[in-house]
Design a protein around this ligand. Structure first.
Ligand code: BDR
Ligand code: CA
Length: 321
């Protein structure tokens, strides 16, 4: 039996890749997917989540539709990083009859925490709204999960402002409440490391050679992100942020972590900024999270490709030597 996990996400190409990687590795047991507004409206991220489970042949995994509004009850700005459909213009190629569960994501998270026996690892790869709302219902919820692995924030950079990353920026109050809610362990995997694993032209070409349903999906779905990066930053690489969370679960040695106290700015010019205090400047040595300071990019790609395309393990290993 693999490690039981729940992914709360806003698919999104990189959320989709996190789900695909989770479903491809025997060490991981994906119990459920929850959705939130982010890479498009809630309707869209939910549709995409259902499609990804179908693409992977795992319609048996329940999907719970979550929050369209943030903790402040306003609709958060969505992000068009992966094209209008959130899957790089490729969503229409995947059809599914699968429907979300009747229970909503927030109610599900409260129930799942109670049924977790302290064993389930929770992932948040979209705005933290669902998780924060669930904690407002049950303050003890964080203690009932094994740990939280979150894609969000950064110490040194931003993608919505010079200092703010999208997931924390979209619902900063939710991110703040979740980080300070008392989880046994939080691993914050932010842009400082996720930018380093952006998908380049060489690996995209290798995906074309593999020519499977999944490799074609990754190749085409990442194209919009690549174009956006080229036009805005002159970098011909596609974002892969969220997939690093699941890669870390599978092989923790991929990341260098530092104990830190992390808080989030909720308004003003620095809205959404994660303030990462490693040296105890203002937290007096108190730590609420582990901050991902560095990533072994080669090791990540070896894990990602050999897990999803096992049949090509030899070539991949030689290429990435
Ligand atoms: C985060 O924002 C979303 O667009 C991605 O899916 C990722 O979770 C990166 O800032
Ligand atoms: Ca995401």
């Amino acid at each position: 039996m693999g490690i039981p996990i729940i992914i709360d996400c806003d698919p999104g190409v990189d959320d989709a890749l996190a789900i695909i990687l989770a479903l491809s590795h025997p060490k991981v047991d994906l119990k459920a997917v929850c959705t939130v507004t982010g890479n498009g409206s809630l309707e869209n991220t939910t549709k995409n989540g259902l499609k990804i489970l179908s693409l992977c042949g795992r319609e048996d995994i329940p999907l719970y539709k979550g929050s369209a509004r943030g903790l402040d009850d306003k609709e958060p700005d969505t992000v068009p990083a992966f094209g209008d459909d959130g899957l790089g213009g490729y969503a229409h190629t995947v059809q599914t009859e699968k429907k979300p569960e009747k229970e909503g994501a927030v109610e599900f998270l409260v129930r799942a925490a109670n049924e977790s026996n302290g064993e389930v690892t929770l992932f948040a790869t979209g705005p933290c709204t669902n998780v924060a709302k669930a904690i407002r219902i049950d303050k003890e919820l964080p203690k009932k999960f094994k740990r939280l692995i979150v894609m969000g924030g950064a110490k040194y950079t931003g993608n919505m402002s010079p200092v703010a990353e999208y997931n924390f920026w979209a619902d900063p109050l939710a991110a703040k409440e979740v980080l300070n809610a008392g989880f046994h362990e939080i691993v914050m995997i932010g842009l400082d490391v996720t930018n380093k694993i952006a998908l380049g032209a060489d690996i995209r070409e290798i995906l074309r050679i593999f020519d499977t349903d999944i490799s074609r999906f990754i190749y085409h779905a990442t194209r919009e992100g690549l174009i956006e990066n080229w036009e805005t930053r002159q970098k011909p690489v596609a974002p892969m942020h969220d997939v690093l969370t699941v890669a870390y679960l599978i092989d923790e040695s991929i990341l260098t972590l530092k104990r830190a106290n992390i808080d989030v700015v909720t308004e003003g010019i620095a809205k959404g900024q994660s303030v990462v205090d490693i040296k105890g400047h203002w937290s007096g040595g108190k730590c609420n999270a582990l901050y991902a300071a560095d990533v072994d990019v080669n090791q990540f790609y070896k894990l990602f490709l050999t897990t999803i395309f096992k049949e090509h393990e030899d070539e991949i290993t030689k290429y990435l030597m």
